[in-house]
Design a protein around this ligand. Structure first.
Ligand code: PLP
Length: 414
């Protein structure tokens, strides 16, 4: 028997909506093997003397229409490098999103900068420019914009704030490959942008990252920052600032280069599937897909939708459990462990470095109530994935599952 939205939900004994296995596919193949073999044959794994990292940097910069790309060991490293290259004085405040990965924040703290967390827009979960303005003080030096879930933040407003208050704008594009905002690519609008190649991202080399910029000085300092401040280009070894070793190896470079050739197709496919899913979900009772503003192209690192709890009368956890019973992997409470990042112990207890509360600042506490919209989001949103290997049928069955669960709760609650 074929099912519809009114069929008995699986959580109370009905059939699962997801009747067939999800489409799958391999992420790595012949090209990765061939480029890796080139590296082994070359007997050179060190980026500065090899060719693959160099080639990857050139291709990535060209894809983004930027002058420079510097590759490194992770997205966390990339954000750290971007901040290090900007030479922000220790003690400066950096305003960023209350919903992001810890990798956005590690470099902030290591540079002795004070993170300040902005609230988010209730429809997109991206940083709310009005909240950013409220947080600006005479110590603010930068805005670290996170393009959350693969959807561009409100860049016109954020860039305008940057100009008005003389703040650097750094873009964290770890989740946002080929993501478009009003005809521009996320990552091309601020002074400098960071990307991640970790396992979960659209493309991966196990772990890796890159920074892009048009500014030759930023490129130069970024290249030193990832390599102990050794001036390899000049053959000088006289470090003049503190810098970690965040090198990308030729092995990572080879895989990253192969992956780069696939990224546009991956994002296009995810965009197609995500758009299809939203068109189906927006008709359902109590289901509100993440808003994609006109002019934006969503890269769908994550697929998100919000629950109208008044209409459905259930919690996000109950909805999530019923949806999982339909055979549809999902989670409630977003991906930051069920709370905005400023409620992590490291911020609440000011415990970044042992034996000191440095670099936190006594008049910046991190407490419940700081970002009410972000806090409320954790009980309202469901997170799923639309992977590029999914088929149209997968999407339709996901929509069927969400529809069954939504109608079930809406009816029980009516
Ligand atoms: C927004 C954001 N920034 C930074 C990072 C850190 O990237 P990586 O895991 O490669 O260090 C991530 C990773 O999930 C991320 O999502």
């Amino acid at each position: 028997m074929t099912q519809d939205f009114y069929s008995k939900p699986a959580i109370i004994g009905g059939e699962k909506a997801k009747a067939t296995p999800f489409g799958t596919g391999k992420r790595h193949g012949e090209l990765e093997k061939q480029l890796l073999a080139d590296v082994i044959d070359s007997d050179m794994l060190f980026y500065f003397l090899g060719t693959k990292v160099l080639e990857f940097q050139r291709e990535f910069a060209a894809m983004y229409g930027k002058e420079h790309c510097v590759a490194c060991s992770s997205g966390t490293a990339a954000v750290h490098i971007a901040l290090g290259a900007l030479e922000l004085p220790a003690g400066s405040e950096v305003i960023t999103s209350s919903i992001t990965d810890m990798g956005s924040l590690t470099g902030v703290l290591y540079q002795g900068l004070v993170p300040v967390f902005a609230d988010v827009d209730p429809d997109t979960l991206n940083m709310d420019p009005a909240s950013v303005i409220r947080l600006i003080t005479d110590k603010t030096r930068a805005i670290l914009v996170v393009h959350h879930s693969g959807l561009a933040a409100d860049m016109d407003a954020l860039l305008e704030i940057g100009r008005e208050y003389n703040l650097k704008v750094v873009e964290d594009c770890a989740q946002a490959y080929c993501c478009e905002y009003e005809g521009r690519l996320a990552g091309t609008m601020g002074e400098i942008a960071a990307f991640s190649l970790n396992h979960f991202k659209h493309i991966t080399c196990g772990s890796g990252g890159m920074v892009i910029t048009d500014d030759p000085d930023l490129r130069y300092r970024a290249s030193l920052f990832l390599d102990k401040c050794y001036q390899r280009e000049e053959k000088i070894r006289n470090p003049f600032f503190l810098a970690p070793n965040y090198q990308m190896t030729e092995l990572q470079g080879a895989v990253a280069l192969a992956q780069l050739r696939k990224v546009q197709a991956i994002v296009n496919r995810r965009n197609q599937l995500g758009t299809r899913l939203s068109a189906l979900l927006e008709k359902l009772p109590g289901i509100i897909p993440q808003t994609v503003p006109a002019g934006s192209k969503h890269a769908y690192f994550l697929y998100l939708f919000r629950l109208d709890l008044d209409r459905l009368g259930c919690t996000a956890s109950e909805f999530s459990e019923a949806l999982a019973a339909e055979g549809i992997p999902n989670s409630a409470h977003l991906i930051t462990g069920g709370r905005p990042v400023y409620l992590y112990d490291i911020f609440r207890k000011r415990s970044a470095f042992p034996g000191t509360d440095w670099p936190f600042c006594p008049d910046r506490l991190y407490s419940k109530g700081d970002c009410p919209i972000a806090e409320a989001a954790f009980d309202r949103w469901i997170t799923m994935h639309v992977y590029e290997h999914y088929t149209e049928r997968d999407i339709d069955e996901i929509a069927l599952g969400v529809g069954k669960v939504a109608h079930h709760f809406a009816q029980v609650h009516a």
